[in-house]
Design a protein around this ligand. Structure first.
Ligand code: FES
Length: 110
């Protein structure tokens, strides 16, 4: 299949997953992970309202700027000061993130 990119994810158990995600289905990274049947909480379903999909970006991909709501969520969850923290549901799956390396983040604010 064409239009596939690869995302390298380390889950909370330290297990590495190398998932393929289509760029033409309007997915965000959280949805791509779910579609690969990797357990992820994502309580709010991708609305930037829960921060349970937070991750730490380990590669130097240029990502879209954080919205105010993403920034607030990461701040409330006390993960904003961890370098590279983002919400997976706020990162669109497109060619620009092919090869993205991320780690699932713990929620320290719970
Ligand atoms: S799924 Fe809730 S903030 Fe991403």
């Amino acid at each position: 299949m064409e239009n596939l990119i690869t995302i390298h994810l380390t889950d909370l158990e330290g297990v590495e997953h190398h998932i393929q995600a289509p760029t033409d289905m309007g997915f965000n990274v959280m949805e791509a992970i779910r579609a690969n049947e990797i357990p992820i909480k994502a309580t709010c379903g991708g609305m930037a309202m829960c921060a349970t999909c937070n991750c730490i970006v380990k590669s130097d991909h240029e990502l879209p700027e954080m919205s105010d709501s993403e920034e607030e969520m990461l701040d409330d969850a006390f993960v904003l000061d961890i370098e590279g923290s983002r919400l997976m549901c706020q990162i669109p799956v497109d060619d620009k993130i092919d090869g993205l390396v991320i780690e699932m983040g713990e929620l320290t604010g719970e």
